[in-house]
Design a protein around this ligand. Structure first.
Ligand SMILES: NC(=O)c1ccc[n+]([C@@H]2O[C@H](COP(=O)([O-])OP(=O)(O)OC[C@H]3O[C@@H](n4cnc5c(N)ncnc54)[C@H](OP(=O)(O)O)[C@@H]3O)[C@@H](O)[C@H]2O)c1
Length: 246
């Protein structure tokens, strides 16, 4: 166990994909992890069991991040259970692709609700409650920069998350809390793979000079760096973890 053994991290959207890998990695580094999820209770509980079997400490926490009251309750529960919160990883997110001309209101509203309002809800709580020495890590995306067709609304929500990252880093002056974003490129999770023909996946996998998709563990490593002692001097930055795609 590392020096982070008394620290508490909330990871949103940790029932699968990148969030699950982040939760497992941080637990392995000694953080007590709050495994947030919206719908997949069984997956979140299985992850907690896996973390505990490896000697770590975790609890599952259901909360739809787009629901401000539910987010506040989750922070309350973490504070009551563990005495405080040190790290927020804002990972919960959804992606729905369509040209702007073909995007209906529901497609816009759902992505704004989870990716943007959800991040705002958790950032607001974290800004009030994180202990000195804390870390906030937001998940953006390398589509902010690539700006491919069909990614307009999704990219807009992530650009907004990056904007809040920069602003909150400055607002927390004097609290010894860093605020950064990690912006993955194409990463092998359901969010990226579902609904894409294999040839599109193969094409996107070859775009980065490292010529493969990211794995959730690649992104977890970047988040762990920012959450751990070696990331202490990084603040207000966006770290693109993408094999060099942009
Ligand atoms: N995969 C990529 O290529 C890629 C690239 C760039 C950025 N990202 C970003 O990385 C993050 C993780 O993506 P992923 O690929 O791991 O996605 P994923 O496999 O679809 O997992 C998404 C996670 O978010 C949770 N979630 C969704 N809506 C939620 C809500 N309203 N409240 C709480 N949790 C919610 C899901 O929980 P339940 O299923 O339990 O509801 C699930 O655990 C996202 O922010 C995504 O935008 C991904």
């Amino acid at each position: 166990m590392s020096t982070d053994s008394n620290k508490v991290a909330i990871v949103t959207g940790a029932s699968r994909g990148i969030g699950a890998a982040i939760a497992e990695r941080l637990a392995g580094e000694g953080f007590t992890v709050v495994v947030n999820y919206a719908g997949r209770a069984a997956d979140a509980e299985a992850l907690v069991t896996r973390i505990e079997a490896a000697g770590g400490r975790a609890i599952p926490a259901q909360a739809d991040v787009s629901d401000a009251a539910a987010v506040a309750r989750m922070f309350d529960a973490a504070q009551t259970a563990f005495g405080g919160i040190d790290v927020l990883v804002n990972n919960a997110g959804i992606m729905k692709l369509a040209n702007l001309a073909d995007s209906d209101d529901a497609l816009f509203d759902s992505q704004v609700a989870v990716n943007l309002k959800g991040s705002f809800n958790t950032l607001r709580e974290a800004a009030k409650r994180l202990r000195s020495g804390g870390r906030i890590i937001n998940l953006s995306s390398s589509v902010v920069g690539l700006y491919q067709p069909t990614y307009g609304i999704y990219a807009a929500t992530k650009a907004a998350v990056e904007a809040m990252t920069h602003v909150l880093a400055k607002e927390l002056r004097g609290r010894a809390i860093t605020v950064n974003a990690v912006a993955p490129g194409p990463t092998a999770t359901a969010l990226f793979l579902d609904g894409k023909p294999q040839q599109v996946i193969d094409h996107l996998a070859k775009l980065a000079p490292l010529e493969r998709l990211g794995e959730p563990e690649d992104i977890a490593a970047a988040v762990a760096f920012l959450a751990g002692p070696d990331g202490a001097w990084i603040n207000g930055q966006v770290l693109r973890a993408n094999g060099g795609i942009i």
